[in-house]
Design a protein around this ligand. Structure first.
Ligand SMILES: C[C@@](CO)(OP(=O)(O)O)[C@H](O)COP(=O)(O)OP(=O)(O)OC[C@H]1O[C@@H](n2ccc(N)nc2=O)[C@H](O)[C@@H]1O
Ligand SMILES: Nc1ncnc2c1ncn2[C@@H]1O[C@H](COP(=O)(O)OP(=O)(O)O)[C@@H](O)[C@H]1O
Length: 289
């Protein structure tokens, strides 16, 4: 039997960093929003081992793949000696600040729970996911959330309803660890007003939301890669209500209230940046087909 799952990317509508834990992980306050840009993950039981297949050359096919780690976590915890083949059809840009790997890991946990009838509840799966990465629990939950702790303490919030999001990823590689390590919290001069932004979401006021988004990680990535400023500037020229870097980058997103403007922006940005996608925000998380 082959189980097929869809797992979606996220953007961050705000990121604040409040401090650092002893293990060097940073304490954050973030507004997370799922978007309808998804990878298809199929899982199939085999006799032994963990096999990863993907046609995307940027996706590791060995134990470095976070989907491999997710399968190993389940196999070890439940002493399962059967193997698993995981096929990943990548649509979410890799190393982009869109949590594509985390979404894949979430899909494997959700899928194996079903395939092997492990009877884990959603919160148990999310707790397991945290062992794989800070963003994995949110990818499993989906929709929109306020994320605290290192990103795992999640409160469901009103998100953006069916809003156009233009995603644009410059062709550069940015490591999340490098961005966090190069952030000097004492020197932050602009921080998000999370309360205000949550209030905007409650009131469905996407104009004030779009104008007041702040991602404190942006300063680190932006000062090393001028493409980020360039994309943000172009998004605004093409009538985005607001534009910001997602996560640790380098993807920049723009929020649009008008389909024709969003389409025009896409057609122009993709001439310069191949990985440009026009999607909508999404209410769900991982789905079994
Ligand atoms: C920045 C964010 C914003 O949503 O997303 P991405 O840009 O990765 O998509 C997240 O905080 C990323 O979460 P995730 O990518 O799951 O992080 P992990 O794999 O757990 O950690 C990668 C590295 O980032 C750093 N890290 C991550 C999360 C956090 N709260 N503090 C950190 O300092 C650590 O150095 C860690 O070694
Ligand atoms: N299933 C996976 N999909 C994408 N990248 C993966 C996967 N497993 C491991 N990686 C590695 O993780 C790194 C971060 O990838 P990704 O999760 O796409 O980034 P981000 O969290 O910034 O969106 C990449 O450098 C990639 O080599």
């Amino acid at each position: 039997m082959v189980l097929k799952l869809k797992c979606r990317a996220k953007i961050n509508l705000a990121i604040d960093v409040l401090g650092k834990r002893e293990d060097n992980y940073h304490l954050v306050e973030m507004i997370m929003q799922t978007i309808d840009l998804y990878d298809c993950v199929s899982i199939e039981e085999i006799n032994s081992g963990i096999v990863i297949e993907s046609e995307n050359p940027d996706v590791p096919l060995d134990s470095k793949n976070i989907a491999y780690k997710a399968a190993k976590l389940i196999k070890d915890k439940f002493n399962i000696d059967k193997g698993i083949k995981i096929k990943i059809e990548k649509n979410i840009p890799v190393a982009a600040g869109l949590a594509g790997g985390s979404a894949n890991a979430g899909a494997v946990l959700v899928g194996l729970n079903e395939l092997w009838d492990l009877k884990l509840g959603k919160y148990e799966i999310m707790d397991m996911g945290l062992n794989l990465g800070a963003d994995v629990p949110f990818c499993i939950m989906g929709g929109a959330a306020l994320a605290c702790g290192i990103g795992e303490k999640l409160t469901r919030i009103n998100g953006l309803d069916n809003v156009y999001i233009l995603i644009c990823k410059p062709d550069i590689f940015v490591s999340t660890a490098w961005v966090y390590n190069n952030l000097d919290i004492s020197k932050l001069n602009k921080r998000p007003n999370i309360k205000f932004l949550l209030n905007c979401l409650d009131k469905k006021d996407i104009y004030n939301l779009s104008n007041n988004m702040v991602n404190v990680l942006e300063s680190v990535t932006e000062s090393n890669y001028p493409q980020i400023k360039d994309i943000k500037k172009k998004m605004i020229e093409y009538k985005a209500l607001g534009s910001m870097m997602s996560g640790s980058g380098p993807t920049v997103f723009g929020i649009f209230d008008d389909f024709d403007c969003a389409k025009h922006a896409k057609e122009n940005l993709e001439k310069l940046y191949k990985q440009t996608y026009l999607v909508k925000t999404y209410k769900g998380g991982i789905e079994v087909e």
